[in-house]
Design a protein around this ligand. Sequence first.
Ligand SMILES: Cc1ncc(COP(=O)(O)O)c(C=O)c1O
Length: 452
Amino acid sequence: MTSSAAAVSRYNQNLTSALAEAEQRYIAANPSSAKLNAEARANLPGGNTRTTVHFSPFPLYIASGKGSRLTDVDGHSYVDFINEYTAGVFGHSNQVIAKAITDTLARGINFGAPTRHEIALSAEIRKRFPAMELLRFCNSGTEANLLALATARAATGKDAILVFNGAYHGSLFYFSHGASPLNMPIPVVTSTYNDTDVMKRDIADNAKRLAAVIIEPMQGGAGALPAEHQFIAALREATRQHGVLLIFDEVMTSRVHVGGLQAYFGVKPDLVTLGKYIAGGLTIGAFGGRADLMGRFDPSKPDAFPHGGTFNNNVVAMAAGYAALTELLTADNLNRMNALGDDLRDRLTGLATKHKAPMLVTGFGSIFGIHFHQGAARNVDDLDRGEVGRERAIADLKKLFHLDMIAAGQYISRRIMGNLSLETSPRETDAFAEAVEEFLVNRGSLLREAFA
Ligand SMILES: Cc1ncc(COP(=O)(O)O)c(C=O)c1O
């Protein structure tokens, strides 16, 4: 936090006035973002075409990014802890990726034909995620999940899908506090994350109509809540026993461990979905899995599943992805980045203890979530229970935290989920932890009051 922000905050006696003051500070500091947001409102509902990046009173408009940093249109520089919601694992303006893009573009774009680029990228992905015996590309994580679900339903002839409360499988299959009104009309059974008994019961009771279970091995949108080892082991066993396919949505988590969380947990899902970073930051999705299931897409078969997609094999995305994975996202680099994330989470947890703050730090490897919460949380139900009676205060604390961190030059999401990139340095994670500590000191009384 800037010293002026800290100085001002000392005079605040309650959360409402502290937040109002932080918002005024933000508005005064960001006139160009405010202007662009007002302009955007003429064309885009609320000025927005991507709910995730909206926050009140208006989001920062970014002008450029380099390495680990972003610069907004008012000239402020930030260390990026959003990193394109985990897709930006390579940092900004990486030269290897830029070269792969320009070299490829120089030879044309979009040929309406296969190219060698899709062979190279798919081979690299198979090597990293052996459960993907065969795979196909598409254009987003959302699409990858919908295609995996469609594959499971078509292959099994069953219609329902078991999901876990809090899951985010893209904006058309989203289960935060119930199903999103935009969800695809697929019958679902909603079960409880990390509750083995409930999960086993729900699978057994619905086995006849369940085509698949889809799970994020760490729930991302729900706040970086990792699955427990024995829960995943029991899930693999129960799905196998009842003839239900298991889909791992590793769109976000495939970067937190070499081989993804499927390697960490030592399970082989039937289908896997990927997206985000695998095209070096360009638009991408991929779904794959058992050869007998994915083989159904072989177009030379008379009853093949049809799956077109104009941009499925976009040459620029394929080439950028291959360069990014093979030259940048090596096992060593991935391990180093994830170890730095482990250190940061330990350090933040230490700060919560030191300042007796009701702050829970969750996550895995290079992804973290910060929650104003007392005690542990294994799933969203635990988080929700901790909020009962203090929903408004916690929402305001998150806003205040977010605005204070922005004032301190730390770009983090409003829901307080962050992640590192290969470019994030230990000095930058130190500075992030210091900014969190300043918040715990300057706003500590407001935090404790909310939980009194
Ligand atoms: C676990 C998970 N699945 C699916 C998606 C959707 O991916 P996309 O935004 O590329 O559609 C996301 C995106 O945040 C995600 O985190």
